[in-house]
Design a binder for this molecule. Structure first.
Ligand code: NDP
Ligand code: 8X3
Length: 251
């Protein structure tokens, strides 16, 4: 297993995963929309890294660009569906509909585009590993998590259903479900470029880092091939589920 495709490679987890897998001796294809960021990463990581500027929401582009991959970056045995985003933290009744559409298109539709395109080859070779980036937001409801959390619940259930369809084949599927992670653009994107609001999320918190996630991915891909880690929920020690909310009417 030596060629991995990582989506969302221009920042955060994706960038750290590319660095770690290159360090581990894999060939890595990094996908994201911002070609300049990928180009910089390519200069840092060298010949074993292939920068692939691509918008995962565009099905035709995904198919045609992946069909034109250089021979030395085929076949892809590891797919890391990491590209994703949260937009907004308003309650559902105040949310921007376009934000909802973009989250669904990226976190769900983009993820199934890549999976649908690459899975048949893995089945043909009877070999492969799909690692999805879900979230604790796919399990625990929180205020303003509405569509973002629902997209991650899709990723969790899709991962489980993939494992069911792949029973008997040597293809592994893991859903990584992180909690609060800093050092990425996640909150800057969520708050539409309000960097102060984004920074406040991490103030005074010993958060999980992109390198923690990259080390986790590195561990997963190096586990024995008979071994399936179905899901991994990872939170910083500084985070915990805070129970159910109750609204009390005042008399
Ligand atoms: P970042 O915002 O730092 O990275 C997101 C990446 O996704 C960027 O490289 C971005 O690149 C890429 N991306 C977004 N839209 C598209 C698109 N349409 N096509 C291709 N690439 C796209 O966030 P994180 O690294 O923090 O998040 C990575 C994943 O982890 C996400 O799925 C997120 O939901 C999940 N996650 C994050 C947590 C956190 O607290 N940070 C916790 C739990 C889960 P570009 O803009 O160049 O296209
Ligand atoms: C990202 C973690 O708690 O902001 O998925 O939803 S959270």
């Amino acid at each position: 297993m030596n060629i991995a495709l990582v989506t969302g490679a221009s920042s955060g987890f994706g960038q750290a995963i590319c660095r770690k897998l290159i360090d581990d001796g894999y060939k890595v294809i990094g996908v994201a929309r911002r070609a300049d960021k990928l180009q910089k990463l390519a200069e840092e990581l060298g010949a074993n890294f292939c920068a692939l500027p691509l918008d995962v929401t565009k099905k035709d582009a995904v198919e045609s660009i992946l069909l034109q991959l250089p021979k030395e970056f085929q076949p892809i045995d590891i797919l890391i569906n990491n590209a994703g985003l949260a937009l907004g933290l308003e309650p559902a009744y105040q949310a921007n509909y376009e934000d909802w559409e973009i989250m669904v298109q990226t976190n769900i539709v983009g993820l199934i585009h890549l999976t649908h395109h690459l899975l048949p080859g893995m089945v043909e070779r009877n070999f492969g590993y799909i690692i999805n980036l879900g979230s604790v937001a796919g399990t625990y409801a929180y205020k303003g998590g509405n569509v973002y959390g629902a997209t991650k619940a899709f990723v969790k259930q899709f991962s489980a259903n993939l494992r069911t369809d792949l029973l008997g084949k040597k293809i592994r599927v893991t859903n990584i479900e992180p909690g609060l992670c800093g050092g990425t653009e996640f909150s800057n994107v969520r708050f539409h470029g309000n960097d102060e609001q984004a920074a406040a999320v991490y103030e005074g918190v010993d958060y999980i880092t992109p390198e923690d996630i990259a080390n986790t991915v590195s561990w997963l891909v190096n586990t024995p091939t008979h071994f399936n880690v179905n899901a991994l929920e990872i939170m910083p020690v500084a985070q915990a589920s805070a129970g159910l909310a109750v609204y009390k009417e005042t008399k």
